[in-house]
Design a protein around this ligand. Structure first.
Ligand code: SF4
Length: 214
């Protein structure tokens, strides 16, 4: 059973706890955010920001990335892991953006998802943060916290995204995404959730069922 009746309380409490919740990847343009998000797979935003600070100072457009070439791009993102696949996809995506979109990032989830290496989560992050289009990207933190809170029960990110979109009004989707990530990173850690400091423990499904004293 999901915890939809408490969705309003959860949203308000998290907004109070994390009033400045925002995308922690650093970017100046939609293209920079697209590349930073592609680089963030299995890697912290902090490490991505260190790498992109150097990369974007040299190449922050599709044409700039193409000019770097595969080997140089691999060298620049090497420390982030999965660097070969990431470089290959970024280069291929840059080529498509340059050839078909005049070097611009499309403001459309489905068009973005056609780019190599761009899945639903990445597309949602880009449209919501770069273009202000409501979207709910489900990453590992959102998935975990939504389950623990009882806001979702689906066994895939797509199902959790759907459940959250049904539980919250459209204008809250992007903010909710940031709030759940902040909660997951700062309080509701995967291995050791800090329930004693959690502002939504009173209505958390996992806390009430498995942790709280009867
Ligand atoms: Fe996570 Fe505990 Fe908060 Fe529930 S009460 S959301 S398990 S930290």
């Amino acid at each position: 059973m999901t915890n939809i009746s408490n969705s309003e309380f959860i949203f308000e409490a998290l907004q109070k706890e994390f009033p400045g919740a925002h995308c922690e990847l650093e970017f100046q343009t939609p293209f920079e955010l697209l590349i930073a998000t592609m680089l963030s797979a299995q890697c912290t935003d902090e490490r991505v920001n260190q790498v992109t600070a150097v990369l974007f100072s040299e190449a922050n457009t599709p044409e700039g990335i193409i000019a770097l070439g595969l080997k140089e791009l691999e060298n620049k993102i090497h420390s982030l892991g999965l660097y070969h696949n990431k470089a290959k996809n970024i280069l291929a995506a840059s080529q498509i953006l340059s050839d078909e979109y005049g070097g611009k990032v499309p403001e459309d989830i489905e068009l973005l998802r056609r780019l190599p290496g761009v899945g639903r989560k990445t597309a949602n992050v880009v449209v919501s943060n770069a273009f202000g289009i409501p979207a709910l990207a489900v990453d590992t933190h959102v998935f975990r916290v939504a389950h623990r809170l009882g806001l979702a029960a689906g066994n895939t990110p797509e199902k959790v995204e759907q459940e959250l979109m049904e539980a919250f009004p459209r204008e809250r989707w992007s903010t909710l995404h940031h709030l759940l990530i902040f909660l997951g990173r700062r309080i509701c850690a995967a291995r050791k959730p800090n329930c004693a400091e959690c502002p939504v423990a009173a209505v958390c499904k996992m806390f009430q069922e498995d942790i709280a004293e009867p």
